[in-house]
Ligand binder design. Sequence first.
Ligand SMILES: *Cc1c(COP(=O)(O)O)cnc(C)c1O
Length: 357
Amino acid sequence: MSILVTKPFLPPIQAYQNMLERLWQTKMLSNNGEYVQELEASLKTYLQVPNLLYCTNGTIALQLAIKSLGLSKEIITTPFSYVATINSIIWENCTPVFVDINADDLCIDTQKIEEKITKNTEAILATHIFGHACDVEEIDSIAKQYNLKVIYDAAHCFGSKYKGRSLLSFGDISTGSFHATKLFHTIEGGCLVTNNNEIADTLAAKRDHGFIHKQSETFGTNARQSELHAAMGICNLQFIESILSKRKEDALLYFSKLENTSLSFLVVKEHEEYNHAYFPVIFPDEATLLKVMSLLESNDIFCRRYFYPSLNNLPYIIKTECLVADDISKRVVCLPMFHDLTNENIELICSLILQCI
Ligand SMILES: *Cc1c(COP(=O)(O)O)cnc(C)c1O
């Protein structure tokens, strides 16, 4: 059987079925139903955040964040992320302004932010890439100095912490994705987290066509999520500790096989508790990467070039040079990482890689 870069975790089917039975009785399938409310409450407790809104997906979460903060001009962002980050900026009629990344953690290089700030800059939208923390303190301080809003794309961050706080709890708003490929998922789904109660009220209204007390009072959209998706989340959340600890073991095994070679890895920083959502490896050059991927594919093993090309090179973007992102995006690959991955799988993958490098 093929080994793919990721495979969704699924709870015991009986647990999910039991939850569905109740829906067949109540016939309440959507509109902020009891499972959505239960999932939101459990996630708030798990992540220790005051406000969390569950929504349709992580892309609409980013769009709602941009819309709710009233942004309409320039947003400083990272060239190294999934396309959802940039597409939501453009979809909300804002202009992305790229700032290159650090070569070690692949997050936005905070030393290069200030030179890109203009009178039209309204916000910084940064991604905690692969679940590793951006320099949240420096971003916060720049934002305060220039009166900018901060949004974090925390799609990879479920279970990651910085200084004991969930990475989903930073900035004016953090957004999450619960897509099936993510470490914690609800098949499709996303969330918005904010420490500001007023912003939370705005987001809640905008998620449901602006409805507050049965009346449409503000411009909104439909970002509601269904009870069937929330039920999957409630089931999966019960396994989160074992999902996280299994990933950590897998990462340690990968690392023990591949360290002291020409490959480089992202390091877990001081004060960071990492969720091991991904296992990115950086090759010395693109030719080696392609050689490794083709050998793996001939053995039915499929990695992914997360993220290639870098977003500053997309065809519908005004090209900006980002030397580090351009270079790294050509050399980085995520190795398979999922709950059922076996030690034998990892050993096979590593031995094939070692043949090529
Ligand atoms: C998955 C992801 C999203 C959002 O994805 P959805 O599929 O819309 O839930 C946003 N940003 C990043 C970095 C992602 O990886």
